[in-house]
Design a protein around this ligand. Structure first.
Ligand code: GLU
Length: 450
């Protein structure tokens, strides 16, 4: 009998060989393999059909040239990507990221995570991810528009309302989705729900901007409820100050908790009184300034600013990384453990390194993975798709209620597949991975060798 570790190694060996220089993708697959392989061992039908192996092969991975002129009239070139990972349970669905760190490894890890995440929402959406290594920082509005139009001039042939429906992610918000949608419509002469996160005047959904953050806090509420606790009175550290962090801050305040940090690439601020009221709105102002730094917040509200530092050394009740992959490393995990932070709720996609996660787990920190916690964003995109198909729009209350129910259901799925009787607690990583896997695996089995 081989140990789980040996089994994971045997599973990973050919994947490592096939995907050299793709550390993020390998990290995401390994984390899933660790929890899903023991489950597959009890389900020979999945093993025989090599379902998990198949899931690590993108159905299609597209990379293309994106040429554009900057405001000085100089020729610029970036790389565009769309990784269409899995369409077993619905059309490909997932965001577009514009960030200098984007490469094929990052796209593949995100598309792989997205496949399981979308399955967890219970809505019919396959998994994909795309974007570009384009850096929106400091770019003018015209430059952003020209870049979006050039990207769509190639991307449009691979997407469609029943084929692949992109949305936003880091660096892609309502403005970029508007430009992308406009160019798609111009190229195809069709007004369809081909993108989500659209403006309200052309098919967008109410609550979509808030959805990822709100959903994350709804999930947190369930995690706390499960151990007889509540958000009221809790202090929360968050990283980032973009759309997701903003949604979290708004909802935490509404439920009586207190967010005490936000961060940017330049460092973090500590606001003992809480990121509340007008200060939450100021996050949006900082974001639209395009400066990508939080020092302005510290200057404006006269709070301490820690240049070059991440917020994980602050003693809080709940840590919620909302920024980017691998932003919580081993040193950060040690700080969190030293400060006895009881909950680490991942809001970004894979913000914790594998080693840091293991330390936190061994220390008994309640750990919830991004693919479950942040699924409210894409779930609300799914609700936008439904509204577009119906050619109707629902009220904010209706969308919010649906989002809330979806997050409660995702938590239930995590408990169903992740409850460890012996330990008397929920392993959320295991629960989310297996819960996401089962639906995709069953659909893949049913559809045969495709
Ligand atoms: N980028 C978001 C995510 O990571 C949203 C994707 C979508 O709405 O399609 O799930």
């Amino acid at each position: 009998m081989s140990t789980i570790k040996e089994e994971v190694e045997a599973f990973m060996a050919p994947i490592r060989k096939r995907n050299p220089n793709e550390p993020e993708f390998l990290q995401a697959v390994e984390e899933v393999a660790e929890t899903v392989l023991p489950y597959i061992a009890k389900h020979p039908e999945y093993k025989k059909a090599k379902i998990l192996e198949k899931m690590t092969h993108p159905e299609r991975a597209i990379s293309f040239r994106v040429p554009w002129f900057d405001d000085k009239g100089e020729f610029q070139i970036n790389t565009g990507y769309r990784v269409q990972m899995n369409s077993a349970i619905g059309p490909y669905k997932g965001g577009l990221r514009f960030h200098p760190t984007v490469n094929l490894s990052v796209m593949k890890f995100l598309a792989f995570e997205q496949t399981l995440k979308n399955s967890l929402t219970s809505l019919p959406m396959g998994g994909a991810k795309g974007g570009s290594d384009f850096d929106p920082r400091g770019k003018s509005d015209n430059e952003i528009m020209r870049f979006c139009q050039s990207l769509m001039t190639e991307l449009f042939r691979y997407i469609g309302a029943d084929t692949d429906v992109p949305a936003g992610d880091v660096g892609v918000g309502g403005r970029e989705i508007g430009y992308l949608f406009g160019q798609y419509k111009r190229l195809t002469n069709e007004f369809t729900g081909v993108l989500t996160g659209k403006g309200m005047s052309f098919g967008g959904s109410l609550v979509r901007p808030e959805a990822t953050g709100y959903g994350a806090v709804y999930f947190t509420q369930e995690v706390l409820k499960n151990v007889g606790d509540t958000i009221r009175g809790k202090t929360v550290s968050i990283s980032g100050f973009g759309n997701v962090a903003w949604g979290v801050a708004k909802k935490v305040e509404e439920l009586g908790g207190k967010v005490v940090t936000i961060s940017g690439p330049d460092g973090y601020v500590y606001d003992e009184k809480g990121v509340t009221g007008k200060k939450v709105d100021y996050m949006l102002e900082m974001r639209s300034s395009g400066k990508d730094k939080v020092k302005d917040y510290a200057d404006k509200f006269k709070v301490p600013y820690f240049p070059g530092k991440r917020p994980w050394s602050v003693k809080v009740d709940i840590a919620m990384p909302c920024a980017i992959q691998n932003e919580v490393d081993v040193d950060d995990a040690k700080e969190l453990i030293k400060n006895k932070v009881p909950y680490l709720i991942e809001v970004a996609n894979m913000p914790t390194t594998l080693e840091a996660y293991k330390l936190l787990k061994d220390a008994g920190v309640v750990f919830a993975p991004g693919k479950a916690v942040n699924a409210g964003g894409v779930a609300t995109s799914g609700l936008e798709m439904s509204q577009n198909s119906l050619r109707m729009s629902w009220s904010a209350k209706e969308v919010d209620e649906k989002l809330h129910q979806i997050m409660i259901a995702i938590h239930k799925t995590c408990v169903k597949y992740g409850y460890d009787k012996k330990a008397g607690k929920v392993d959320y990583v295991k629960g989310a991975n297996i819960g996401g896997f089962v639906k995709v695996a069953d659909a893949m089995l049913a559809q045969g060798l495709v």
